[in-house]
Design a protein around this ligand. Structure first.
Ligand SMILES: [Zn+2]
Length: 338
């Protein structure tokens, strides 16, 4: 179920202890993984549950200012150059992701008449597909341009503006009981101040037996090599998740994990994690301590993996560009032959 990590044999000795504040397990024991730089916050590794996170944490205002004034990695973001969502390539990509998400949801539950909350719905591609199949859809999204597209062009009516700082507590107008919560269009946990608080809130908002679908990135499995360090995402990522820590988050907030694995169909700058979890029926909810169903990657393994990624970056980047050059050449050759 979990990916096999390619661990090089050389041991690393990077073990600077720092005072942390782990959102997943509340431990304060942490090791330094990356010093703060213009490209990343200070990143630490929890000594107890192995969560990688930015420490110290940003204030809610700083987080929202970053998404208003700097962030441009979403077609709907305010700082995206050009017209953003008027670029049909972006819309086509979101429509394709929506079909991928719809297939996943349909494997587990019916859609007609289900109350579905769509968090970070982007331009509303998947929410609109769910609506067309008979679901009653509610959406929350941080970018105005996305909301306008979702309402004006896709005809969605319930789309609430929710800044990133609001995700943990979800101050949205729809305080309902949902059959399904969908966070497949864009990964959310890594971007917010407390994934644990959000997951606890989502657990409350689901009916017993209701499903949570979510997408995350596994930072130990980068797919592209444009950056030297996996942590170089500016202030965007507060958490650097893996298949293990995503599973642990879901299980420690009461969910029953149905799937948590690398999805072969979805790759961006990292391989993506597809997680499907269910709120157990009332009689099944246990108050005992949780035990993860996925084996731990040890601290040593994580540190070695990071060291390996750092050292092999130049080689992997050269391979990436060579592959791209070769495929361009092949395309030109094919054109020439025709
Ligand atoms: Zn922890």
């Amino acid at each position: 179920m979990s990916p096999t990590l390619a661990i090089p044999s050389r041991q690393t000795s990077h073990e600077t202890r720092v005072e942390g504040a782990c959102d997943l397990c509340h431990s304060t024991e942490a090791f330094l993984l990356a010093e703060p730089s213009p490209l990343n916050s200070q990143i630490v590794l929890c000594g107890h549950c192995h969560l990688m996170y930015a420490c110290p944490q940003l204030s809610p205002d700083t987080l929202d200012s970053f998404y208003d004034d700097d962030f441009r990695n979403d077609p709907g973001s305010r700082m995206r150059p050009g017209e953003g969502l008027e670029d049909q390539d972006d819309i086509r990509k979101q429509d394709a992701t929506a079909e991928w998400g719809l297939d996943i949801i349909k494997r587990f539950t019916g859609i007609k008449d289900q109350k579905i909350l769509n968090l970070r719905c982007q331009s509303g591609a998947l929410a609109a597909r769910l609506k067309s199949e008979g679901a009653i859809v509610y959406c929350a999204e941080p970018f105005e341009k996305n909301i306008q597209y979702a309402t004006k062009l896709r005809g969605l009516t319930e789309v609430s503006l929710l800044p990133f700082s609001g995700f943990p507590t979800l101050p949205i107008p729809y305080q309902l009981q949902f059959d399904v919560i969908n966070i497949l269009m864009h990964h959310v946990l890594a971007h917010i101040l407390s994934p644990r608080t959000l997951l606890e809130k989502l657990f409350e908002m689901l009916v017993p037996g209701g499903y949570l679908f979510l997408d995350e990135k596994d930072v130990l499995l980068p797919a592209r090599y444009k950056i030297q360090s996996i942590f170089e995402s500016g202030l965007a990522h507060q958490y650097h998740l893996t298949v293990h820590t995503t599973a642990r988050y879901l299980e420690s907030t009461g969910f029953r994990l149905i799937e948590c694995q690398i999805d072969k169909k979805r790759i961006s700058d990292f391989h993506h994690i597809r997680a499907v979890a269910q709120k157990p029926d009332v009689h099944e909810i246990s108050t005992g301590g949780f035990k993860s169903s996925l084996p731990y990657a040890s601290i040593r393994e994580i540190q070695q993996r990071l060291e390996w990624l750092r050292k092999t970056w130049a080689i992997r980047q050269a391979g990436f560009f060579a592959k791209r050059k070769a495929s361009k050449l092949m395309r030109r050759l094919r054109k020439h032959i025709r």
